[in-house]
Design a binder for this molecule. Structure first.
Ligand SMILES: [Zn+2]
Length: 181
């Protein structure tokens, strides 16, 4: 990695091809204005990449079980939690600045039954199915992990149960077979 424009443009190592550079370009609203992305968006991409890594590891584990894969998934899940925290801290910064500018009054944000800020939950419903592991609301196929999805959904089975859908990234609402169908 090479810094092209401090704080704004970074060049990544490029393999093969004709030396066309791969850049991470941040938006610049300072001395040299140009378009680009922001750290939050790259954090979201990294969180999604961790989901891919977990999914891939599960897939490989269902081909050939190795107990060390559980540790790999735990490590990736913990790293994903840290990335989500980093994203939350960015949002905290943005909310504080909006409050200081008078654009946000925290006392006016609706609260839920638990007395805290209301979160509108956008969930992906995973319905356990007799023939596959689960039918997912977004169409993500989970039946390449025979008999493991239900176990991985249980909080007592692992410290990192599935919480977010690998298909759409939404929080999973899991409906076991005996409750619904
Ligand atoms: Zn989904």
């Amino acid at each position: 990695m090479r810094v092209i424009e401090p704080g704004h443009i970074y060049e990544l190592n490029n393999l093969d091809g004709e030396g066309k550079s791969v850049l991470i370009t941040y938006v610049n609203r300072e001395n040299n204005p140009h378009e680009g992305t922001q750290t939050q968006e790259i954090l979201r991409a990294q969180i999604d990449i961790n989901s891919v890594l977990i999914d891939r590891t599960n897939h490989c584990d269902s081909c050939l079980r190795w107990e060390g894969n559980d540790r790999i998934i735990k490590a990736i899940s913990e790293s994903q939690r840290q990335l989500r925290l980093a994203l939350l801290y960015h949002e905290q910064r943005a909310l504080e600045r909006k409050m200081d500018k008078g654009k946000l009054l925290p006392e006016n944000i609706p609260v839920a039954e638990d007395g805290h800020i209301q979160i509108v939950e956008d969930v992906c419903i995973w319905k356990e199915n007799k023939h596959t592991d689960a039918d997912t609301g977004c169409g993500y196929v989970v039946n390449d992990q025979p008999l493991r999805v239900k176990d991985l959904m249980r909080a007592d089975y692992t410290s990192s149960p599935y919480k977010f859908c690998f298909g759409c990234g939404k929080k999973i609402k899991f409906i076991p077979l005996n409750e619904e169908n």
